[in-house]
Structure formats: C-alpha cells, structure tokens
Design a protein around this ligand. Structure first.
Ligand code: OSB
Ligand code: MG
Length: 404
C-alpha cells in the first residue's frame, strides 16, 4: 500500500491567506486531580506549553503533549520551548500562509520534534478554521457530532481498587475501560475487572514495559477477551511487535511507535499492529494525523484517538479530529473535569452517556478563561515578526562550514 495524498481533501482557500504576526508561548502548571500511575512513572501535574498564534485579528491555540522529561517519547518541554522560541517561531512569523498545507511545507524541512511542530501546525488550523468561520471538524472533513469515549485508568494499589474505580466509569456510560499494566501487574487486575464486568470493552496499555522475553505473560491475557493490548514493547520498535503479534490472539495497538504516516505504513505492512492509537500532538499535527487516518482506512485497520492528559485546548483538538470516519473505536478523550479542578477554557468538555459532544463554534470552538490561565501561567514570552532566530548566547549564525 502506498502513502495517501491530500487529493481526497482539497483545501478550502480564502484570498490573502493568514499572515502570522506574533506568537505567545506560555508554560502552565496544571495539577492533576489524582496521581496517574503508568509503567513509566507517576504523574501528579503537567507543565503544559500553550501556544497562541495571532493573525488577521484572530487567535489560534494549541498545546504541546511532551512531558518535562523524555519518559514517554524523546521530546521534552524545555527542548520544545527552545526550538519554538529560538528557531521555529522567528523563522515563521511575518510570513503569509494560504492554507495549513502551505504552513506544513514550511515546517517540513525540520526533522523529528513532531510534538513541537504539532503545536504550530495545530494552532494554525484553529486560526484558519476561524478565518473560514467554520468549526475545525468540518474543515477536517469529519462525519460525526459526538465522540464515543473510553477511560484510561492508572495503576491502582490492588485489584479491588481497580474494580471500584472502573465501576464509576462503567456507570457513567463510558464505552471502554483501559487499564495501565506493567510486568508483574497485568493478569490480576485484568481478571478482576473482567469478572466484575463481563460485557465491557476492556483493553490494557503497557507503555513499552515488556520485551519478547515476557511473551508468556502477554499470552496469558488472551484469555480475557481484550479488544487490544496497547504498546507492549519498546517505544520505537516495530519488528518485535510484529513477532509478538504472530504469537498473540489479542490484537496489538501501537501508540508510542507511531510518529508519522510512514511509521504507520511500516507497522501495518509488517503486521506489527491491528489497531492504531492516533495522537495528533505526537505525529506533527492534523495533516499528518489525517494521512494516518486515510492510510488505516485503506488497510481496514480501526483507529482511535488517544490522549496525553490535555487541558481543554488539546482536548478540543482531539475531539475535532475524532470526527473523521475511521475513528471507529472509543477514544481516550474523557471529561476534562476528571483531570482538572479548573480547566483553562470556559466551556466544559464533559462526557454524557459515554459520548463527548463536539464543540460547534469556529475553529476548535472553545474560549480561554483568562483568569484561570493567568493564575496557572508560570512562564510567558511573546515572539514577534522580525525576531531573530537565536541559540541562547551562541552566535546567531550556523557554524561556518555548514550550508543552510
Ligand atoms: O499511553 O495513552 C497513553 C497519559 C499520558 C501518557 C501516555 C498515555 C496516557 C493515557 C491517558 O493513557 C490518556 C488521557 O486520558 O489523556
Ligand atoms: Mg498508550
């Protein structure tokens, strides 16, 4: 299967395009309402980089999904800030872009750093949809106005606590329960939750904690009718996952391993996954996400929208993306109030009957709560058109023997 092109999605255009005037970068300190334990650590708060792009009297918003330390993938908050503030934003501001495709071309030469690039790309989509006066989901080509959602449950102290926690979400109508697992804590919680709720859609997420040497422990999970096992092996692996998939009845779902449509094609060609968890903030933005969507549709592989414990801004982007046709499995976009005492947006993004409504205003359709935002802001900078790219106190120019 070859890679999809944008031909299926002719861009809407308006004369003049958008001229990027300024960017505001904040770092928010957002305490989570509970300790979220995964195989790689315990998250109690997130430092959230929030980007605002200004053009034509409008503002577009996006947040970064990287952690402060490279525990999930390689990118970090300090690294993203340095790249955005020191290089990407100064190079892009002042330029005019007619479409998100045009902006993506300007970002394309920069390798990796997809979470940082996604912030710029996604903020531009918000701006652009507002410029067109349309909700983002319509501009992306979505087909639904409500998103069936599941919930991701952190590692609990024991099996009974896991069952009790799951029960609350099952009662609320959540369409799927995902349990975080790690070596030594897998079959026990899965058995307990499956016995308590024989009919629910149940999945597990290992966040790369196993190796092929643990194949027997993963095969033991085949007995519990799981919809999929998420990212059992290394964060950057495809080959071992393909090997493991041949030894498992349960489908493998890749999360960390998927950073691009090229990765997705390799994974599906190798048989490394039968389900994909797509996080727009991990793959470089909505255009790359839509390419992955189109490719999985062509492969007949189902897709769902993951989450990275986003505030309302990132959550809204995820919800809009989830309206595309092939998001046929429940996503991780649970209610914002599950994570935040006070979110940074004025609207509630709340699940009712297992369904998250899609915001219907222009762009991502949410508005910042300025009072909350200012209260949680720990750092703030504005970059304007004309700012010179810099690398801290090193000279502005590349080393002399390199040609750019
Ligand atoms: O692997 O999907 C993951 C949270 C942080 C980092 C990685 C993951 C997660 C989740 C929670 O599972 C998703 C969410 O509710 O936002
Ligand atoms: Mg995951």
């Amino acid at each position: 299967m070859s890679l999809p092109t944008e031909a299926a999605h002719p861009p809407l255009t308006l004369p003049g395009g958008l001229t990027l005037e300024a960017a505001e970068l904040r770092v928010l300190d957002m305490p989570i309402r509970f300790a979220f334990e995964t195989s790689f650590g315990v998250m109690r708060r997130r430092y959230v980089p929030l980007l605002t792009l200004r053009a034509n009297g409008l503002e577009g918003y996006a947040e970064g999904v990287m952690d402060h330390l490279p525990l999930y993938r390689e990118e970090t908050v300090p690294g993203a800030l340095a790249l955005l503030e020191g290089q990407l934003l100064p190079r892009l501001l002042g330029q005019s872009f007619a479409t998100p495709e045009a902006l993506a071309l300007a970002l394309a030469p920069y390798r990796g750093n997809r979470m940082a690039r996604a912030m710029v790309e996604m903020a531009f989509w918000d701006l652009w949809a507002k410029h067109l006066g349309l909700p983002l989901w319509r501009v992306l080509g979505g087909v639904r106005t409500g998103i069936p959602v599941g919930v991701s449950l952190g590692i609990q102290p024991n099996a009974q606590a896991t069952v009790d926690l799951a029960a609350g979400f099952v009662v609320q109508g959540y369409r799927r329960v995902k349990l975080k697992i790690k070596p030594g804590w897998d079959e026990e919680p899965v058995r307990a939750v499956r016995e308590a709720f024989p009919g629910i859609q149940l999945t597990v997420d290992a966040n790369s904690a196993y190796t092929l040497a643990d194949t027997a422990a993963l095969q033991a999970l085949d007995a519990y009718g799981l919809k999929y096992i998420e990212q059992p092996l290394a964060f950057d692996d495809l080959v071992d996952h393909a090997d493991l998939q041949r030894r498992l009845r349960t489908p493998i779902c890749l999360d960390e391993s998927i950073t691009s449509v090229a990765d997705t094609r390799k994974a599906l060609t190798l048989g490394a996954a039968r389900v994909i968890n797509l996080k727009v903030g991990r793959v470089g933005g909505h255009l790359e996400a839509r390419r992955i969507h189109d490719l999985t549709l062509a492969f007949g592989v189902p897709l769902w929208c993951g989450g990275m414990v986003e505030t309302g801004v990132g959550r809204a982007h995820n919800i809009h993306l989830s309206t595309l046709e092939n998001f046929t499995l429940p996503g991780d976009t649970s209610s914002a109030s599950r994570y935040w005492e006070r979110d940074i947006i004025q609207e509630g993004l709340e699940v009712a009957g297992g369904v998250m409504p899609v915001p219907d205003g222009p762009g991502i359709g949410v508005t910042l709560d300025r009072a909350v935002l200012d209260r949680v802001t720990r750092q703030q900078t504005t970059v304007r058109a004309g700012a010179r790219p810099r690398i801290d106190d090193l000279p502005d120019q590349p080393p002399p023997d390199e040609v750019y």
